[in-house]
Design a protein around this ligand. Structure first.
Ligand code: HEM
Length: 369
């Protein structure tokens, strides 16, 4: 299913729009400290919202941010009924009630889309329209149909995918932007090289355009190196579809297997941020990160690999390119690159433990956007 393919013009346009908004925000804060993590989160949240729900639900962006926040809290909540299931009916902490309220918002979104149906192929169709084409039309919207060969979705499936996208799309892109900026600020030589490439390919008289990004090989290496060092979803969760043997361990069918993408040991100086390893002539130049090289799996691999990879990469590369091209970045007074805290937080995703604060100074000769 190509929910996030280039044909969904609106998702791609929203990336450009949101990157421009982020640049405008940074320009207004020029000379003062900006919370780069916050900036990246707002950008990524709006991009995901448009990809998933399109213009149809534009008015509900605040609600979307609220649900994201609520689910993040609920995921981390200690639920006594998980340990004492016979207490579940009492819902002592009110967790089930909160989950129900959050789920209702997603139900409303599906109902809105059902009330205003669009062809899945229409240019203004969004992900939910795309999925509804796979829903049975028997009138019982909880039953999956068989409209497209083997594939059918139930309403519960669709709700689960919406949740996957909300989390899969937002934090990953946001963390990627923040980590890339943090690594580059920590390595002034790498920052200089990336900005020099931008200056010579794009020039200092205009902003970065879509078509420029493919002509920025070093910037792409820097993003790839960030994804190697800080895969935003480090634990890939899969399930064995047949009995198999791996490294002399027997893995029975149905076993849930976690692959630690971050822990794959295939690198020289694994902890160093060294984008040139991926540049032509570099020791890792041949490594791809789209799922075919098992050494580098920031987007996973196989049938359950990330369906939003193209969109995520596009957002990540364009945002980093624009931010580095439009501004010179420095650390707040008194902070040296070596002082940057590069620790992360253990969890489903791998956010920076301490948000990156940095000071933008305009770099281009053209007026602000
Ligand atoms: C740099 C950005 C991104 C990274 C690094 C990333 C990474 C991943 C990874 C590692 C997985 C699990 C794959 C596996 O287990 O093999 C995944 C799944 C997923 N991602 Fe992404 N992702 C990104 C952006 C996005 C975006 C922008 C969207 C949607 C707007 C998205 C939607 C999803 C969904 C729906 C899944 C679940 C797929 C399934 O369960 O079959 N991701 N992503």
């Amino acid at each position: 299913m190509k929910f996030f393919s280039r044909r969904r013009v609106q998702s791609w346009a929203s990336v450009r729009h949101e990157v421009d908004s982020a640049v405008r925000f940074a320009a207004r804060r020029s000379g003062s400290s900006v919370d780069v993590g916050d900036l990246a989160f707002t950008l990524a949240k709006n991009v995901t919202f448009m990809a998933a729900f399109g213009a149809q639900s534009h008015g509900n962006q605040g609600e979307f941010a609220g649900i994201l926040l609520e689910y993040s809290k609920l995921f981390g909540e200690f639920n006594i009924s998980d340990f004492l299931p016979w207490l579940r009916w009492m819902d002592l902490q009110g967790i089930d009630k909160r989950l129900k309220v959050a789920r209702q918002a997603i139900d409303r979104c599906i109902d809105d889309h059902l009330a205003n149906p669009k062809e899945a192929d229409a240019q203004d169709a969004d992900m939910v329209d795309g999925m509804l084409a796979f829903l049975g039309d028997s009138g019982d919207t909880n039953e999956g149909g068989d409209l497209h060969g083997d594939l059918s979705l139930t309403r519960a499936n669709i709700k689960a995918i919406i949740m996957d996208v909300m989390f899969g799309g937002t934090e990953t892109v946001a963390l990627g932007i923040e980590w890339a900026m943090a690594e580059l600020l920590k390595s002034p030589e790498e920052l200089k090289r990336t900005q020099q490439e931008l200056a010579s390919v794009v020039g200092l008289h205009r902003k970065v355009d879509d078509s420029d990004v493919d002509k920025l090989p070093y910037l792409k290496c820097a993003v790839k190196e960030m994804l190697r060092l800080h895969p935003p979803l480090p634990l890939l969760q899969h399930q064995a579809t047949q009995d198999c043997e791996l490294a002399r361990y027997f893995i029975p069918v149905g076993t849930r297997v976690f692959v630690n993408a971050w822990g794959i040991d295939a690198w020289k100086s694994p902890n160093a941020f060294r984008p040139s390893r991926f540049a032509p002539g570099g020791d890792a130049a041949a490594f791809d990160f789209r799922g075919s090289c098992f050494e580098l799996l920031p987007f996973g691999s196989g049938r359950r690999s990330c369906p939003g990879m193209q969109l995520g990469l596009y957002a990540l590369e364009l945002a980093v390119a624009q931010l580095l091209h439009r501004f010179d970045w420095s650390l707040p007074a008194g902070t040296k690159p070596g002082d940057l805290d590069m620790g992360d937080v253990f969890g489903l995703t791998a956010p920076k433990a301490v948000r990156l604060m940095a000071v933008p100074t305009p770099r281009l000769t053209c007026p602000p956007l």
